[in-house]
Design a protein around this ligand. Structure first.
Ligand code: GDP
Ligand code: MG
Length: 184
């Protein structure tokens, strides 16, 4: 897949991105949809998986994102500082059919802020938008929380692929732009 004129400018980018949010909101499926185009209806709480690396092209440069999944730590409502270490991007995920997961977003943001010592590109993600008939959090609520907290916002479905690629790529582009502007 790599191009034949692959001499390269010598510049390489590798960014760490973390996915956080309550248990069962779809974090692992968002990652598997993005990185492998896979979805698992019966996925168990994530155990063991650490990260997936995914590349995208920005301005003709290969930009790699090392995207971390929680390995199930979020079941205990906290993940360790090692998880956040070095992260320059984050997706904070809730489930649009479960209000409690939306109510937790503030706490996840606090935890993220506590552990980061740099600018972090942040996207609020309302996942499972395919389940419109049992929606419990409106699009407007998601939008206004994102605005209030200065986050990007997107509703996604890991099941039918809606906006999944877009959500990750907006975050990765923002990180790249932060690096270019040297705010990191
Ligand atoms: P995690 O605990 O946040 O990593 O959540 P998982 O990715 O393991 O997903 C939890 C459950 O929600 C699984 O049964 C998934 O099949 C389901 N799920 C995840 N994403 C979606 C989605 O976009 N739509 C629907 N309908 N179900 C989803
Ligand atoms: Mg998981």
């Amino acid at each position: 897949m790599s191009s034949s004129d692959d001499e390269g400018s010598g510049e390489e980018y590798l960014f760490k991105v973390v996915i956080i949010g309550d248990s069962a909101v779809g974090k692992s499926n968002l990652l598997s949809r993005y990185a492998r185009n896979e979805f698992n209806m019966h996925s168990k709480a994530t155990i063991g998986v650490e990260f997936q690396t995914q590349s995208m092209d920005i301005d003709g440069k290969e930009v790699k994102a090392q995207i971390w999944d929680t390995a199930g730590q979020e079941r205990f409502r906290a993940v360790t500082s090692a998880y956040y270490r070095g992260a320059v991007g984050a997706l904070i995920v809730y489930d649009i059919t479960r209000r409690t997961t939306f109510d937790s977003v503030g706490r996840w943001l606090e935890e993220l802020n506590t552990h980061s010592d740099t600018t972090v590109a942040r996207m609020l993600v309302g996942n499972k938008c395919d389940l419109e008939n049992i929606r419990d959090v409106s699009v407007e609520e998601g939008k206004s929380l994102a605005e209030a907290e200065g986050l990007f916002f997107m509703e996604t479905s890991a099941l039918d692929s809606t906006n999944v690629k877009k959500a990750f790529e907006i975050v990765i582009r923002e990180i790249y732009s932060n690096v270019s502007r040297k705010v990191l």
